[in-house]
Design a protein around this ligand. Structure first.
Ligand code: IDP
Ligand code: MG
Length: 141
């Protein structure tokens, strides 16, 4: 029952998709245990995506992710990591399954509306990147 990190990226916030995305999460039986609106500095975006440093899309990704407000969420519930990745769909919206968020709303590989941690390990570090323990609702709260 691990928590995972979800982000509505700047394109999703700009297009007012936040409510819709949260609704999909709750309808899937997952639980919002933490929620914030914030704007990343370039330095914060570089650090968050450090694993992609050196890749051809890194500079543009960092610029995009720091271009406007984002919504960061701690998502909990049974199988939250896999379930949230499933709801999001594949990285490239054109290849994502129908009825996934990225397929429905994504406009490019980069501007794909949402982020989700990809393993228990990254979920832990990514949640801690944005939330202290006392900012996250405990299970059963
Ligand atoms: P993920 O978000 O599905 O886990 P990652 O490979 O971890 O995908 O890439 C992180 C983010 O970097 C993607 O969500 C997307 O915004 C961007 N990205 C990944 N691959 C490309 C690419 O080939 N071109 C442009 N942007 C990319
Ligand atoms: Mg990833």
């Amino acid at each position: 029952m691990a928590n995972t990190l979800g982000i509505v990226k700047p394109d999703g916030v700009r297009r007012k998709l936040v409510g819709n995305i949260i609704s999909k999460i709750e309808k899937a039986g997952l639980v919002i245990r933490g929620l914030k609106v914030l704007k990343l500095t370039v330095e914060q975006a570089e650090k968050f995506y450090a694993v992609h440093e050196g890749k051809p899309f890194y500079r543009s990704l960092v610029e995009f992710m720091s271009s406007g407000p984002i919504v960061v969420m701690v998502i909990g519930g049974h199988g939250s990591i896999e379930q949230w990745r499933e709801l999001m769909g594949a990285t490239d919206p054109a290849r994502a399954k129908y009825n996934t968020i990225r397929r429905e709303y994504g406009t490019s590989v980069e501007k794909n509306v949402v982020h989700g941690s990809d393993s228990e390990e990254t979920a832990k570090t990514e949640v801690a990147f944005f939330f202290t323990d006392d900012e996250i609702l405990p299970k059963g709260a």
